[in-house]
Design a protein around this ligand. Structure first.
Ligand code: HEC
Length: 204
């Protein structure tokens, strides 16, 4: 009995070694045998594979002309007053002035605009008051700018205005709209201040 058991154990060890050795392969890229290969072979054309169904034999197609990514608002305006007025009529803020939106707007304002326009938008930022920047930045919390439409302010931030540079490349679209709403907030503050100055001239 003992001998039979030893022989059986040896045979099993030999078989196991055989299986282990034969499952290894010199070519490491070969998967070997497929077991239930339902999803191994793609029925569809792979993105970069040749495709006999199209003249140019490309599987990946070019998007149709005029395609825009979801949620992306095209900006087709030029830097002139006619285009700015057009933007004012056509573009509207996708946001409401909630606390979060205004907080973000304030952060962007503090980062990019405060140096010229000043904390309250009076056009008295550090760059100007220190004499480094010679042109008086607009008082964007003033009456004139308050009359601009949201889209016009968005246009101004995106492409620049007169001697003010463009900020479209530095500030992404969402943040530019939040900035517009924050500028509105500064204008409300300034309006309140004008209303409370005794004998102050009421804006027309
Ligand atoms: C380097 C200084 C500078 C920076 C930075 C700057 N501005 Fe200006 N901004 C100006 C000047 C100067 C004008 C007036 C341009 C002119 O009249 O030629 C102006 C004009 C404007 C106007 C037009 C006002 C009107 O009544 O037509 C708006 C709106 C405005 N800026 C908002 C912003 C916002 C928002 C930012 C931040 C992204 C910003 N600016 C950053 C200097 C600056």
């Amino acid at each position: 009995m003992y001998i039979v058991r030893r022989i059986l154990i040896r045979i099993s060890v030999l078989l196991l070694t055989g299986v282990i050795l034969s499952s290894c392969d010199r070519q490491k890229n070969m998967r070997g045998y497929d077991f239930i290969p339902d999803m191994v072979y793609s029925q569809a054309y792979d993105t970069y594979s040749e495709n006999p169904n199209f003249k140019d034999s490309m599987t990946m197609r070019v998007p149709v002309n005029g395609t825009v990514p979801r949620g992306f608002i095209p900006f087709r305006y030029t830097i002139d007053s006619v285009s700015r007025a057009k933007a004012g009529k056509e573009l509207f803020s996708p946001f409401l002035p909630t606390d979060d939106v205004l907080a973000r707007g304030k952060l962007i304002f503090t980062t990019f605009c405060i140096g010229c326009h000043g904390a309250m938008g009076k056009g008295d930022g550090q760059l100007y008051s220190s004499g480094l920047y010679p042109l008086k930045p607009r008082e964007i919390s003033g009456v004139a700018t308050s009359k601009l439409k949201d889209g016009e302010i968005y246009h101004t931030i995106t492409l620049g205005f007169g001697s003010m540079g463009a900020h479209g490349a530095q500030i992404r679209s969402d943040d530019r709209w939040k900035l517009v709403l924050y500028v509105r907030e500064l204008q409300k503050e300034a309006q309140k201040a004008r209303d409370t100055i005794p004998g102050g001239k009421k804006p027309v």
